[in-house]
Design a protein around this ligand. Structure first.
Ligand SMILES: [Fe+2]
Ligand SMILES: [Fe+2]
Length: 190
């Protein structure tokens, strides 16, 4: 073991970098299963897009029932999810894949669901469920990628941390409404 160099020597690294330069960011040292990583990232992309749509629906519906602080929170979460979708799409392209924005099959690819919800409390609960699904599935993607694609792993870790914050925000909102179902009354106290 003692004579085994820890790093690939610079000459080999430079030679490798010159071969297959059309592969861009994907070098010979990329050991992850690229197609699987791209597939998982496309599922995460679909999840984010569905979350954007659901949060925007909830934002406008909450605005309609005069629950301004909750509406503002939904809007901010939707903006965050759009940012995640963009980060993931960019990474898919870096890996030589194509981000799937096709509306057909979007819900099948997505891990999270699109539930409209009737009352404000329903909406908050559905968003919380979706965040918890995203948290679990992103954690799995992170452990799958492991050390074989640190850039994808770091990106997903950053996104996961935001989803955990989102879930926390939603729990606080739910506590604020005491889980009550009288939306109008709850909204008037917002
Ligand atoms: Fe997200
Ligand atoms: Fe989220």
């Amino acid at each position: 073991m003692a004579d085994k160099p820890f790093l690939t020597d610079i000459k080999t690294l430079r030679e490798r970098a010159r071969q297959h330069i059309e592969k861009g960011a994907v070098t010979e040292g990329y050991t992850a299963d690229r197609n699987t990583v791209i597939k998982l990232l496309n599922e995460a992309l679909a999840t984010e897009i569905v979350c954007v749509l659901r949060y925007r629906r909830h934002h406008f519906m909450a605005s309609g029932i005069d629950a301004e602080s909750v509406a503002a929170e939904f809007l901010q979460h939707g903006i965050d999810e759009q940012g995640h979708a963009d980060q993931i799409a960019e990474r898919i392209v870096q890996l030589g894949g194509e981000p799937n924005f096709n509306p057909e099959g979007l819900l099948t690819r997505s891990h999270a669901e699109y539930v409209e919800g009737v009352t404000l409390v329903d909406m908050i609960k559905e968003d919380l469920v979706a965040e918890r699904i995203a948290i679990d599935s992103y954690r799995e993607i992170i452990s799958y990628v492991g050390n074989e694609d640190p850039t994808t792993r770091r990106m997903m870790e950053g996104i996961l941390a935001v989803e955990e914050e989102h879930a926390n925000d939603l729990v606080s909102l739910l506590e604020g409404y005491g889980g009550r179902h009288d939306t109008k009354q709850a909204a008037s106290q917002a």
